[in-house]
Design a protein around this ligand. Structure first.
Ligand code: NAD
Length: 295
């Protein structure tokens, strides 16, 4: 039985980051502009701490000015909005990212919408969402995870997806919905599924491109996948498995990888697929923000 090509997101992200580092060096040399990325993290969520560390490490490797503001879990809404206001006005800051999720007493929407659209490198501001939905991508910031998925899909199938069916499982604002806009812009015929979808396996089986962004370990089985489909697994789930008789923590995606790779033509692994590409796209957005700035 043929097995799927494994899409190496880690290698592609490393390639992208080294190209970004070269462009950054030229930007610093020619225009004396150093891309500045500021990350705001509130509280001690361990997964968020890891994500932020990885983002900071990659930003430094790209030659960016990388700054982190760590606030206690009890930080007030006012304190965060005041910080964002000062970052909005700071010409050395080109990209601002507030790591989600925020502690429950904070208004996530008010905070993400307070970031200037021109510095919104996560692509969560309504102005950037509107541009993406309208297909105006030239000066929009596209959310990093779907933008990274799209580059991997293009590598497999090219930029024009005319005639292909794309099915996305998950309708979140940060993955599912922007993914749909990007696939639609590339001429795919797009279906978005979610927790209320009837007979999800049957819908999934129609997909030439299947994107899973749910957050349920190994939910998508091999017999949900159309033979030859390209499968992009966004999910990150920590599970406990027995290894050599001992319980061990392991990261898995939303797709049952071993089953799916026997059916798909190409598939992203977890870890090492979508995750590293998300970080690389954050760097690309920050570089674009710096290039567009007048500073
Ligand atoms: P979310 O919780 O905001 O959305 C999950 C979506 O899945 C919802 O739209 C919901 O309707 C749908 N869903 C839930 N149960 C379902 C079911 N049984 N059948 C069909 N649909 C169902 O999550 P999110 O922020 O979009 O993230 C999804 C997953 O992707 C999570 O595992 C998250 O950790 C991961 N993620 C990874 C990256 C990355 O860089 N690799 C980035 C963002 C999110």
């Amino acid at each position: 039985m043929a097995t799927a090509a494994i899409i190496d997101g880690k290698a592609k992200a490393a390639e992208l980051s080294s190209a970004i580092a070269k462009t950054t060096a030229a930007l610093i040399n020619d225009r004396k502009v150093t891309p500045g990325l500021t990350v705001v993290i509130v509280g001690e969520d361990p997964a968020s701490q890891v994500y932020v560390r990885n983002k900071q490490r990659t930003a430094k490797a790209c030659g960016f000015n990388s700054v982190q503001h760590s606030l206690g879990a009890d930080a007030t809404q006012d304190k965060i909005l005041t910080l964002i206001d000062s970052l909005n006005k700071d010409e050395s800051v080109h990209g601002i990212l507030v790591q989600l999720p925020l502690p429950v007493h904070l208004d996530e929407q008010a905070i993400t919408q307070a970031i200037l659209p021109a510095k919104d490198v996560d692509g969560f501001h309504f102005q950037n969402i509107g541009k993406l939905t309208a297909g105006h991508l030239d000066d929009a910031f596209v959310p990093c995870t779907p933008a990274g998925c799209m580059l991997m899909i293009e590598d497999q199938l090219g930029k024009d997806l005319s005639g292909l069916n794309a099915v996305i499982i998950g309708r979140s604002n940060i993955v599912g919905k922007p993914m749909a806009s990007l696939l639609l812009k590339a001429n795919a015929t797009v279906t978005i599924c979610h927790s209320r979808t009837k007979d999800l396996p049957a819908v999934a089986r129609n997909a030439d491109i299947l994107v899973a962004a749910v957050g349920r370990a190994k939910m998508v089985k091999g017999d949900w996948i159309k033979p030859g489909a390209v499968v992009i697994d966004v999910g990150i789930n920590r599970i406990e498995e027995e290894l050599d008789g001992k319980p061990k923590n392991r990261l898995v995606g939303d797709v049952d990888f071993d089953e799916a790779k026997a059916v798909a033509s190409a598939i992203t692994p977890v870890p090492g697929g979508v995750g590293p590409m998300t970080i690389a796209l954050l760097m690309l957005n920050t570089l674009s923000a710096a290039e567009r700035s007048n500073s």
